[in-house]
Write a protein that binds this ligand. Structure first.
Ligand code: FES
Length: 115
């Protein structure tokens, strides 16, 4: 069974296998989701918002790490969120992306300074 996952804001889509988590799917789709803990449910940097469609229910870890209000709004930890066989649309918060891109650019500048 496949599940069509659409990532926003890039609108990139990916046919995922049921049972994969959103972080793995983003990697496969070459969509950047920042993480520091690499899927251990501890950095909380991989938060995304499920804007449409269906995904698996929140795990115990997510229930511990996210507020009830967040969960109600569809905020999830992408490393813990498993896709079902239904399509879903997932938004990656842009402020986070910006800061990651910013850091990458700064690193590049520093590398250039080394030359
Ligand atoms: S990758 Fe760190 S909490 Fe999901």
């Amino acid at each position: 069974m496949m599940s069509l996952v659409t990532f926003l804001p890039s609108k990139r889509t990916y046919k995922a296998r049921k049972g994969q988590n959103l972080l793995q799917i983003a990697r496969a789709a070459r969509v950047i989701i920042p993480t520091r803990c690499h899927g251990q449910a501890s950095c909380l940097m991989c938060k995304v918002k499920i804007e449409a469609g269906a995904v698996g229910p929140p795990t115990d870890k997510e229930k511990r790490k996210l507020s009830a209000g967040d969960l109600k709004e569809g905020i999830r930890l992408s490393c813990q969120t498993i896709v079902t066989d239904e399509p879903c649309t997932v938004r990656i918060p842009e402020d986070r992306l910006k800061s990651v891109v910013q850091r990458a650019l700064e690193r590049q500048h520093m590398d250039q300074d080394d030359w």
